[in-house]
Design a protein around this ligand. Structure first.
Ligand code: 5GP
Ligand code: ZN
Length: 136
């Protein structure tokens, strides 16, 4: 765990988040700046910076169940026709939180192209409703 890492703080309960899945090795919670309704971050508890960091292979193994559970939940509860997975390694690739994580984006059939990382304002306004739909 890293003391100054927001995802370590969330995973350990020191900072709040809208969790949709938790297990011993990983957790999943709604992104505060969603690109789509239901945009979820899947995060291993183990603090590794990115895929090239030491310990990343272990973190990848530990996050598998959380990725699968989250993808199933988004498909079932939000009627997602597909799920896109985004993942950034290093600032040059757009990484802003340096704790390995995966973005899961629910995609309706015919969804507009994912050409940038621009927030969806409507999805942000309805974060609480989305959280309720995924956890009730
Ligand atoms: P990156 O650009 O590093 O791949 O993505 C980091 C993501 O973390 C961004 O989409 C950003 O909105 C999200 N994020 C940053 N801080 C917080 C936070 O405190 N809570 C939540 N739920 N998401 C966060
Ligand atoms: Zn961390």
């Amino acid at each position: 765990m890293s003391d100054h890492c927001i995802f370590c703080a969330i995973a350990s309960g020191r900072a709040p988040a809208r969790f949709i899945y938790i297990d011993d090795n990983a957790c999943a919670f709604l992104d505060i700046n969603p690109l789509r309704t239901g945009h979820t971050l899947v995060v291993p508890r183990r603090h590794v910076r990115d895929l090239a960091d030491q310990g990343a292979a272990e973190a990848l193994a530990e996050v598998g169940l959380a990725l699968q559970h989250t993808a199933r939940l988004l498909r079932a509860r939000l009627d997602a026709d597909g799920i896109s997975v985004l993942q950034a390694n290093g600032a040059a690739a757009g990484q802003t939180v340096f704790h390995l994580h995966f973005h899961l984006l629910p995609r309706p059939a015919g969804d507009r192209q994912l050409t940038d990382w621009t927030e969806d304002r409507q999805a942000r306004k309805t974060l609480d409703e989305t959280h309720q739909a995924l956890t009730s």
